[in-house]
Design a protein around this ligand. Sequence first.
Ligand code: ME8
Length: 666
Amino acid sequence: MEKKPDENKFYVTTPIYYVNDVPHIGHAYTTIIADVLARFNRLRGKEVFFLTGTDEHGQKIEKAAAEKGLSPKEHVDRVVGRFQELWKAIDISYDAFIRTTEAYHEKGVQKIFQKLLDRGDITKGTYQGWYCVSNEHFLVEDVPMEKEGYKICPDCGIKTSLIEEETYFFRLSAYQKPLLDFYAAHPNFVRPQSRMNEVMSFVEGGLQDLSITRTSVKWGIPVPGDPKHTIYVWFDALNNYLTGIGYGWNEELYKKFWPATIHLMAKDILRFHAIFWPAFLMAGGFPLPGTVYSHGWWLKDNAKMSKSKGNVLDPNIILRTFGADSLRYFLVREIPIGLDGNFSHEAFIHRVNSDLANDLGNLVQRTLTMVRNYFGGVIGEVGPETDEDVKVRAGFDELKARTEELFSDYAINRALEEIWAYLGTVNKYLADHEPWKMAKEPDKRPRLARVLLQAASAIRGISYVLYPVMPGSCDKIWEYLGESKKIRDMKYSEITFGGFRPGRAVQEPKALFPRVLLKDFLAEEKAGSESKTKAAPEPASAVKETTMEETPTPKAPARNLISFEEFTKMDLRVAKILAAERVPNTNKLFKLEADLGTEKRTMIAGIADTYTAEDLIGKSLIVIANLKPARIRGIESQAMLLAAVIGDTAVVPFFDRDVPPGTKVK
Ligand code: ME8
């Protein structure tokens, strides 16, 4: 039945996940992709329906419940909460959460079953086949017999059992040609393209009728009028996409949103979605969905992360340490949607520290701190735009058009690449203009105001286009920028570079992203404790830039008083800066040579984003002289400079008169 998905509507689904165990990174991945697409399409003014949920019937769940000594219902009721809590913690904005044990779904599935029975596409017979409990399906391909007399499931690698029973069949074989015709007419039905080719060659190889009921499984929906048969879990589960949108209980909602725009899943269950599902729909006379998009797998130690293999990563640990947006960003940035990715802690830390804390967090922090420090938070009269300023503005217009195109084409990681390329341009623009120098020259105030206005406008635009991926942080940035409207209430078409105008008061920015050391992350994961408290972002210290070599000082509890004796253990001295040079390939590190009166010391300090070498040379500062040396970027830092840390920006206290180097500070 031909009814094209409505261009003004966007109906997106995730698979409904099995509740045989708790959710992991793999489930979070699909759900985050769906959330990004839902949020993006809402921004574009489409009417969006985002459906997710849980698949609660079948042998696998029955088995998991029995192992825990629970009834299936008790078991699923416990686990479903873990999914819902996780989705809340990572800001998943679903419109409905379906559970296949709910009455409206069960009735809807029975109605569809009856419809297919009445049309002659479901018939009763006897089935003999090899059944894989992990995947909940009979093997369809010609798998060779092992010498021990059983077959191995090619998808899961586990032993299957030979089962013979009375069953209802779905006439899948009759749909070979209609499916192939449909694929030919809709070449984008399966994406990425390589997967479309796989699906087509599978269907070209011939389709056997499908057993869609079981008599040996009790935990499921009974066949209408023949309750000794339970409906096969996949026939039950796939129909959630119809019942979840009102089929059988809310005709208006169903008519408004069906057919789905996009079904998302990983490649493990593509065949069910790209072959069985459209065949069931054709048999029932339903319009077919727009796209079935199969993404790659998250691997750990180069094997697919899965509950059955026991190599899953608990997202809660990452959330506690880094917050929702870091996880969201990492998962969709790291791999293009169709490819597999191996999860590595190093890659995660790198993305968070480099892309988020340095590139984005620092830009926001620095710009807004300067607006507050130099203009009391309100940019006043600005100078005219120069060619360089125009480039920043035009760069945003291009970015906006490009991200709209890429998100519309589901190329999330490409959109993020473009956003980061623009972030790089803005960071460079700011560094090249050295506003901290201009601030010292009163006649440059209009120019300084213009540079900061340009940077603040760019930040506003970036946070708008980034919002679908990192909603929490982008909302905060808008708040810091003094925006009266929420991002979600502004449509894509309304966003212009000029939306941030002089005269607007900005707020004090707080650190957006924690900087975490690899070893702390690994230790946290090892500890694996599941306390619900989220660690507050750790502010960057003056000498601590992201490096895996340095030794961090332990964090002190809030009211951990020390004695005077303990204080005197710190040898605080006045140091006069003799030389300052940038550490290559870092954003904010200076290598400083300092005179401590009786000796010279080398120090590494993370202040190059706030000060130039000229700002420092000849000045006297306070250092801790008896701190254990640390190696930072291969250089031994022999003392630590003291500074006030505002978010990510370190501000150094200078003396208001001459103090000899080496003088004790107490
Ligand atoms: O298959 N990498 O449920 P399920 C990426 N109930 N994605 C992964 C992943 C990984 N390592 N592991 C899981 C079922 N996923 C059925 C679905 S739908 C009508 C019925 C994600 O709990 C991915 O979306 O085994 C995959 O397709 C899905 O979870 C499988 O979830």
